[in-house]
Design a protein around this ligand. Structure first.
Ligand SMILES: NC(=O)c1ccc[n+]([C@@H]2O[C@H](COP(=O)([O-])OP(=O)(O)OC[C@H]3O[C@@H](n4cnc5c(N)ncnc54)[C@H](O)[C@@H]3O)[C@@H](O)[C@H]2O)c1
Length: 346
């Protein structure tokens, strides 16, 4: 199989590419990525020389480029992760999210429809988020039947792309699959997101910003468990199906940050309680959803997937990775990787 994985130079995409390249030597994996601020090929330096791996720099908003790529590589499947992914950026610049997340997805769907000509053995897998379901109160969980109710421009753009993917299944018979996952954490996460930002700031003795009173609840999943779920769903789901992915692992932001501070005190040899002094409450994000929680019973029952790591263990591993990869952190925060790779692939 020739498989195009979009967004493979980003956080989750790099874990998916690595998994597929290593576990399926019989597949040819084409990583299609624009290399925005969030993507860099250093995330894949360990597999870049493998014979079943190819990188293509390109923009999914460019329909002509997507068509040429389909013509050349004749993909048997697409696993689509490329997206603008940061909620705060979507609030200041929603149009970028419409272009990449909605128009980019429709460009890929159009190419799949055109080049696959109704061949139902070819699969289009769309990777999405639980944020499309909106916010929960104190109780309840999102299931695959929960009505869509997105609140941020980011979640609205992902909800829209999910609807287009379903519409191409229902209207044109495209073999599509969607998964909606909770918040991920782990290595290679760009340090604008909560966990890597907090690790970076604690290490550098900078204030650790926490929105509002830190009461918002997120359901955290180890990124490699997400990549394994994508692998299982890609190979086993029925056409047109949807799966929720989550770790049954809810944390209030403030409790998570306190746990992280304790781990960092230990790892950095600081007195207990030292890092927590850096916690700084800041004005809440506009339209901030109170609580997300995912019910992944369907995935567990149908396909036998279960998360592999306890949160404390995963967080500890994540901290270890960031402390051991200072150069990676410095390069992504200064844009040095992006500059280097963009020059190389211009
Ligand atoms: N991070 C999470 O917790 C989470 C949870 C559930 C679902 N998701 C979804 O998973 C996917 C990956 O998320 P992530 O956190 O790894 O994102 P990320 O921001 O780390 O990576 C996105 C990648 O897409 C690439 N990209 C952006 N615009 C592009 C374009 N126009 N053309 C080609 N490539 C482009 C970037 O260069 C980058 O490599 C997204 O679709 C996101 O909505 C993320």
């Amino acid at each position: 199989m020739n498989i195009i994985i979009t967004g493979g130079a980003g956080f989750i995409g790099s874990h998916v590419v690595r998994r597929f390249v290593n576990n399926y030597p019989q597949y040819h994996i084409i990583n299609l990525d624009k290399l925005t601020y969030a993507g860099n090929l250093a995330n894949l330096s360990d597999i870049e020389d493998q014979v079943n791996y190819e990188f293509v720099k390109g923009d999914i908003t460019d329909a002509a480029f997507i068509n040429e790529l389909f013509e050349r590589v004749k993909p048997d499947a697409v696993i689509h992760l490329a997206a603008e992914s940061h909620v705060d950026r979507s609030i200041s610049n929603p149009l970028d999210f419409v272009l990449t997340n909605v128009v980019g997805t429709v460009n890929l769907l159009n190419a799949a429809r055109k080049y696959w000509e109704g061949d139902s053995s070819k699969r289009f897998y769309h990777v999405s988020t639980d944020e499309v379901y909106g916010a929960l109160g104190e109780s309840g969980m999102f299931t695959e039947e929960t009505k869509y109710d997105p609140h941020s421009p980011y979640s609205a753009s992902k909800a829209s792309s999910d609807h287009f993917v379903r519409a191409y299944h229902d209207t044109y018979g495209l073999n599509t699959v969607i998964s909606n996952c909770s918040n991920n954490y782990g290595s290679h996460h760009f340090p604008e997101k909560l966990i890597p930002l907090a690790i970076h700031n604690i290490k550098n003795n900078k204030p650790v910003p926490v929105y509002g009173k830190g009461e918002n609840v997120r359901d955290w999943l180890w990124v490699e468990d997400h990549a394994r779920a994508i692998d299982v769903i890609f190979h086993q789901a029925k056409a047109g199906d949807t799966y929720n992915i989550g770790g049954h692992n809810e944390w209030k932001n403030i409790d998570l940050i306190r746990l992280l501070c304790n781990i960092m005190d230990r790892k950095l040899g600081r007195p207990a309680g030292e890092s927590a002094k850096l916690i700084t409450f800041v004005k809440d994000r506009a339209g901030h959803d109170l609580r997300y929680a995912i019910d992944s019973t369907k995935l567990q029952k149908d396909l036998g997937w279960v998360p592999s790591l306890q949160f404390e263990e995963g967080l500890e591993k994540t901290v270890d990775w960031y402390l051991a990869n200072e150069e990676w952190l410095n390069n992504v925060t200064s844009g040095a990787y992006q500059e280097y790779y963009n020059k190389q692939y211009s």
